[in-house]
Each structure stands twice: as C-alpha cells, then as structure tokens.
Design a protein around this ligand. Structure first.
Ligand SMILES: [Zn+2]
Length: 145
C-alpha cells in the first residue's frame, strides 16, 4: 500500500454525483490500481486498508513502529552528529598538520564543519590534542601521562 503517490484520485463521487467523498488512497500491490472504496471520515484509507487502525498501543509496539521507519540509519540524529564531529576532528587534524609544518599541500576546499574554528598557533594544536586523545585499539601501546 502506498499513500503518497502523486497520481492518486483524491475525491470520489458516488450515487450519480450526489455524494462526494475522499477516495481510499491505498494502491494494490498486485495490479497497481487505486482502491475504489471511499475513505473513512477523517482518514486517507478505507476500513480494509487500515482506516480503522489507531496505531500501536503498547510501548513495545510503538518502539517497533519507530524502528521500522528507520531504513539505513544514516540520517538518525546520532549518526548525523557523529559524522559532523568526525568532519570537525578531521579539519582540526589538517590544521594541526599545517601548524606543525608536516605538509604544504593545498587546503581542503568547501564549507567547514559546524563549530569549526581554525587552529593557528601551537597552543591551539596542543589544546586540540589534549581534548582529543587517540583512539588506540585494544592491546596497543598505552598513552603515557
Ligand atoms: Zn481501500
């Protein structure tokens, strides 16, 4: 069933044009045709296509519904935030490389990540390194204080 197709008939008139109402927006999975029944009052679909459903009631059902909406997880709040933080760290690492004279390659072009302030002095780089300890894998050399 699809409800948001642009080429659906929205209104239905029956009884020789005497009754006008909303048409069920469900489409057949098999034929692709739109359902011919009138939609229930205040709903987009008829009773056969979920018009009587009032949604999940239990907390488990609501959680299942929320989880079903997520397809890839690439655009959840957490993953967008994670990408933004990663881009920020990368931009600061690039700044640190320039300050430490490790490279003279052209700078990365384009808009800078949210919250970016350029690191220009050695003190800035020191602060960045102290704020962002290395993510060393388990069993590798430990960071000495
Ligand atoms: Zn229907």
């Amino acid at each position: 069933m699809e409800y948001s197709s642009p080429n659906l008939t929205v209104n239905l008139s029956t009884a020789g044009g005497k009754i006008a109402c909303a048409r069920c927006a469900a489409k057949s999975k098999r034929t692709g045709n739109q359902c011919g029944k009138p939609a229930l009052n205040g709903k987009a679909v008829c009773q056969f296509h979920g018009g009587r459903s009032t949604g999940p009631k239990t907390e488990a059902g609501k959680a299942r519904q929320r989880a079903s909406v997520i397809t890839s997880g690439n655009y959840t709040k957490e993953s967008i935030e994670h990408r933004s933080r990663s881009a920020l760290r990368l931009a600061w690492l690039e700044d640190a490389m320039y300050v430490l004279k490790m490279t003279d390659a052209p700078r990365t072009r384009g808009p800078k990540p949210k919250g970016y302030k350029p690191l220009v002095t050695l003190e800035d780089v020191k602060g960045f390194i102290l704020d962002n300890p290395l993510n060393l894998p388990e069993g590798s050399v430990e960071h000495q204080n």
